[in-house]
Design a protein around this ligand. Structure first.
Ligand code: FAD
Length: 410
């Protein structure tokens, strides 16, 4: 038997859960279901590398909504079911195990899976990812028997994990291939600040370091061999090297795009009829990247695209135009980013980049296109106005912390 849903959402993460919530908010009255490969009801992912990893927040406080909400809004949760095939001609999807579901509209919100290393030892016990609750529960279960941790990848998730584990008293080494942290997304001053913060708390940050293999004893990781031959002993290895988009069934069904993301238009419509895609797996043209096609891996993007898709489905379409933002928490400071620094040609440092309370402003052709603010909420809030105003502002004024950014936005 094939069960039919007027709106079928694949993935119960930030995008999927918010799409369901937004469908009801915008008056969609048909049947709605969220089919998710995970066993848990929809929950927030950011705490997984922050207070949930630290053991400071119980899982119940990660849930987007209590069970009663989903029932009360006639949103059916189908956990532990993976969609393995999409058949656009018959408007059905196939599930692992053989069942099928049919849909009126399909919202693909399947995110990504943590990318695995391909080197020897990547599949040993005590090698962990940080993508799902199950990943973090498995990692946490091993913490009592862990002294030394090697984190492979100096991106936000690796750095957040390093900061939590350091606070828990573990000896942490961060191995990063690039010559600085966050080289792809942040200016050098932020990279330098983060290296200094981690090193000052005892983290051994190795830059320009490649991983040759993970070595093991009795089937479990015992350390990481680097490209220069050195060996980092470890009781646990955490791999934070990005994600691979979960788009296989959709691409196989003929959706434009590929392994790097499914292509969507400004209403989050894929090239297939009545199929939308949102969140980490959706490649879209972004106004804040001068229209370039990008993917964003952020709560902001997943939530805002969920609303865009829901509005289009509910019959009140509005194009995606949200300004990107992101945050990270490490030790006792917060990094907040707004806008996109892609293609910037100038960076202005505002304040002392040696301690929290400073900002980096990224400019392109004289206009501020993005900010990284460290412990500086005021600049983060006011800098957003500066970006959206599109004004050309004298650089010496931008770099003067006593001049409020809002006064420059006009
Ligand atoms: P996801 O939330 O990944 O949800 C996708 C869901 O789809 C998953 O449950 C997956 O199991 C399921 N799925 C996949 N394939 C299938 C299938 N074939 N069938 C059925 N179900 C399927 N962003 C920020 O802005 N700030 C932060 O501080 C921040 N911290 C983060 C920390 C961690 C540890 C992680 C992992 C992410 C963090 N992010 C952060 C990123 C943010 O969580 C993601 O951008 C967001 O979750 C993307 O939402 P999504 O719905 O696209 O995908």
């Amino acid at each position: 038997m094939t069960t039919h849903y007027d709106a079928l959402i694949v993935g119960g993460g930030h995008g999927g859960a918010n799409a369901a919530i937004a469908l009801r908010r915008f008056g969609f009255d048909g049947s709605v279901a969220i089919v998710s490969a995970e066993l848990d009801p929809p929950y927030e992912r950011p705490p997984l590398s922050k207070d949930y990893l630290a053991g400071e927040r119980p899982f119940e406080r990660l849930l987007f909504r209590p069970d009663a909400f989903w029932n009360g809004h006639r949103i059916e949760l189908l956990p532990g079911r993976e969609v393995t095939a999409v058949m656009p001609s018959g408007k059905t999807v196939g599930l692992a195990g053989g069942d099928t579901l049919s849909y009126g509209v399909l919202v693909w919100a399947a995110g990504g899976r943590a990318r695995r290393l391909s080197c020897d030892g990547h599949d040993l016990a005590r090698v962990h990812m940080v993508r799902s609750r199950a990943d973090v529960d498995a990692l946490r279960a091993e913490l009592p028997s862990t002294e030394r941790v090697v984190v492979i990848g100096g991106g936000y998730i690796g750095l957040e994990a390093a900061s939590v584990l350091t606070k828990l008293g573990k000896q942490v080494v961060v191995v990063e291939l690039a010559d600085r942290l966050l080289a792809r997304v942040a200016g050098r001053a932020l990279s330098d600040f983060l290296v200094a913060q981690h090193r000052s708390r005892g983290v051994d940050v190795r830059l320009g370091a490649s991983v040759l293999r993970i070595e093991g004893e009795a089937g479990a990781a015992s350390g990481v061999r680097l490209g220069d031959g050195s060996f980092l002993p470890a009781d646990m290895v955490i791999v934070g090297i990005g994600i691979d988009c979960c788009v296989g069934p959709l691409v196989a069904a003929g959706a434009a795009g590929g392994a790097g993301g499914v292509r969507v238009d400004e209403y989050c419509r894929t090239s297939l009829p009545d199929i939308y895609a949102i969140g980490d797996c959706a490649a879209h043209s972004n106004a804040f990247a001068d229209g370039a096609e990008i993917r964003l891996e952020s709560v902001q993007n997943a939530t805002d695209q969920a609303a865009v898709a829901a509005k289009a489905i509910a019959g009140a379409p509005e194009p995606y135009a949200a300004i990107p933002w992101f945050w990270s928490e490490q030790y006792d400071f917060r990094v907040q980013t707004v806008g996109l620094a892609l293609g910037h040609d100038q960076v202005v440092v505002r304040g002392d980049p040696g301690a929290p309370g400073f900002s980096l402003l990224y400019l392109k052709a004289g206009r501020v296109v993005a900010l990284d603010c460290v412990g500086n909420v005021k600049d983060y809030v006011q800098g957003r106005l500066l970006i959206t105003s599109g004004k050309i502002v004298p650089v010496d004024r931008l770099g003067e912390p006593s001049v409020p950014l809002k006064s420059l936005a006009g």
